[in-house]
Design a protein. Structure first.
Length: 274
């Protein structure tokens, strides 16, 4: 392999060195493209999803069709005795998981031994609560080990107007889908095959607060092909790109730099002829 010498030569051919104007112009082009949002900056690419979603809007109740980048979160305490909670979380950014979303609406505790499992949501079940499992054994949640099949928080998801599906992927790795439902339901006294789905049905979102959500099917009935197609059409409320002042300035700078590069090339051509 031929080596490149310190004076910029390679295989006997001297490499041309750029003039001072070109690198500065190229840096300006890159800066303008970052400003315009055409390429991400390092801070944006490495941003923590929870940090980038600090501006998310959270309110109690159902979501509306006007809520942008929204997900409805249902927390059903079932036999723990606490009322079911429903939240609408909107204005979300990309890169969120089900675990991130849950932490936005409730305090969450995880098991400390082995793979982390959600063991408490908003303090439930409490450390002093004795629960009866399906085999009759009494169990108290200490959050030290993986919860048993008869006393644990189950993770669910659903499309609008559809039925709850038990999530086969962990909440820490499953990405949330805008326009859908995320559900957490506590299973008590049953084995894993009888996990309790949330009792709040995933209705289609209404257009205004004065409307009632469209009734959804029972948990045991899945959505029809027509309902599924309609639900899919309603999902993904992602704001359309609207050029801002940064974008306009970036485009102007890019065009100006290309003009400068063309003029520099033209001057070099004249000097070569001379």
């Amino acid at each position: 392999m031929r080596q490149t010498s310190h004076d910029g030569r390679r295989g006997g051919h001297r490499l041309s060195r750029p003039t001072g104007s070109s690198p500065r112009c190229l840096l300006a082009v890159l800066g303008a493209m970052i400003t315009a949002g055409l390429i991400p900056s390092a801070s944006t690419a490495l941003a923590d999803p929870t940090t980038s979603n600090q501006a998310a809007d959270i309110r109690s109740g159902d979501c509306l069709t006007t809520d942008r980048n929204a997900v409805a979160v249902v927390i059903d305490y079932q036999g723990l005795g606490k009322p079911t909670e429903v939240y609408c979380v909107s204005q979300l950014g990309e890169g969120l998981t089900g675990q991130d979303l849950l932490a936005m609406v409730a305090s969450v505790a995880f098991t400390s031994d082995g793979m982390p499992f959600v063991c408490r949501i908003d303090g439930q079940p409490s450390a002093d609560r004795s629960m009866t499992l399906s085999n009759g054994r009494q169990y108290t949640e200490s959050c030290s080990d993986t919860p048993p099949a008869g006393a644990y928080w189950g993770y669910w998801w659903a499309e609008q107007g559809g039925a709850w599906d038990y999530a086969t992927e962990g909440a820490g790795s499953r990405p949330v889908v805008f326009g859908s439902y995320e559900g957490w339901s506590f299973t008590l006294g049953f084995d894993g095959a009888d996990a309790s789905s949330p009792r709040i049905q995933p209705a289609r979102w209404a257009e205004t607060t004065g409307e009632s959500p469209v009734a959804s099917p029972s948990v045991s009935t899945g959505p029809s092909s027509a309902d599924a197609a309609s639900s899919t059409a309603e999902l993904g409320y992602i704001d359309k790109f609207v050029p801002g002042s940064g974008t306009i300035i970036g485009v102007v700078v890019i065009v100006a730099c290309f003009v400068v590069l063309i003029l520099i090339a033209a001057r070099r051509g004249k000097r070569t002829k001379l």
